[in-house]
Write a protein that binds this ligand. Structure first.
Ligand SMILES: C[S@@+](CC[C@H](N)C(=O)[O-])C[C@H]1O[C@@H](n2cnc3c(N)ncnc32)[C@H](O)[C@@H]1O
Length: 296
């Protein structure tokens, strides 16, 4: 960053700090100036400095603003410098219409944070997400990690309907209405039930990376998930099986243990991804998060 650019960027920080600490309306923040600065200077450094002055400010850590305010602010911030934000229509109930997929779960936020700090894992690759739910992780990846294609999937029709709406709400086109925008990934939504999808159907997606967040919540889903991962291990692209990242909240140690045991039985090696230090989103207090990288 040139010295004069750096000085101008630093001038933005107090504006963000003052407005955030006063919980001012998001439209009053100097987004336009930030946008301009990010285009011609060192974006990640400036964004990290803004985070330090806002959600990670010692005062906010001690007296946090409402979760909704912090979430809206971060959604706006993570979309810079493109000018968009991640906007989600969600249910307010944890379970509604017989599904857990109409609301964003903490592991989705945790995986999105990790992805945003590790965009190379997704850049120019085809990503298949299992159990996408409301779509936060996928939208964050589509908007910040430059995948070539992103397949959102879920089994539940209400979830799929909400997911399609959220994708459109965020200015992404679904494959049927794709225009020639080489900057955006090819986005599709697939109805994919782990209990019925076949290996050839999975292979047709040609995934380079498979991800899932918060899908280990009962023994039945664990078993279904491991079976679908086993089928995915046979989906070779350029003679390689996809990378897989599974994020979850450790709510019940037995369920997590069941998952790793079943991976062992299925012959799928795994390793825990080191915890990332940049906590961008507010989570339930005391919840323990994990991401496993599987070698399919
Ligand atoms: C707890 S929600 C998590 C949603 C999202 N990934 C998140 O973290 O916010 C679990 C999701 O897995 C989906 N799911 C559960 N069993 C499934 C199955 N057998 N096949 C496909 N999706 C399934 C549900 O419909 C739901 O959307």
């Amino acid at each position: 960053m040139a010295p004069e650019e750096s000085t101008e960027a630093v001038r933005l920080l107090p504006s963000f700090e003052r407005r955030f600490l006063a919980a001012r309306a998001l439209r009053s923040f100097p987004w336009q100036s930030l946008e301009e600065k990010l285009r011609d200077s060192s974006g990640p450094e400036l964004l990290l400095n803004i985070l330090q002055k806002t959600v990670k400010h010692p005062l906010c850590v001690k007296h946090p603003p409402s979760v909704k305010y912090a979430r809206c602010f971060l959604s706006e911030l993570i979309r810079k410098p493109s000018g968009d934000s991640v906007t989600l229509s969600e249910s307010t109930a944890i379970i509604s219409h017989g599904t857990t997929g109409l609301v964003t779960w903490d592991a989705a936020l945790y995986l999105a944070e990790w992805a945003m700090q590790n965009p190379a894992a997704f850049a120019h690759r085809t990503v298949l997400e299992l159990g996408s739910g409301a779509g936060l992780t996928g939208l964050a990846i589509c908007k910040t990690c430059r995948p070539s294609a992103y397949i959102f999937s879920d089994c539940h029709s209400c979830v799929l309907e909400q997911l399609r709406g959220n994708i459109l709400l965020n200015g992404l086109s679904l494959e049927a209405d794709v225009t020639d925008d080489s900057e955006s990934p090819r986005v599709t939504v697939a109805q994919l039930d782990w209990d019925v999808v076949t290996a050839p159907q999975l292979a047709a997606f040609q995934p380079d990376v498979v991800i899932a967040a918060d899908v280990l919540y009962c023994p039945e889903t664990v078993l279904s998930l491991v079976r679908v991962l086993q089928r995915l291990s046979a989906c070779l692209k350029n003679q390689q099986a996809p990378d897989a990242y599974i994020a979850f909240t450790v709510r019940n140690p037995e369920t997590c243990q069941l998952f790793t045991n079943e991976l062992g039985i299925a012959g799928i090696p795994w390793e825990a991804v080191p915890h990332h230090d940049q906590k961008l989103f507010p989570y339930e207090e005391h919840s323990e998060m994990a991401i496993l990288k599987l070698t399919l």
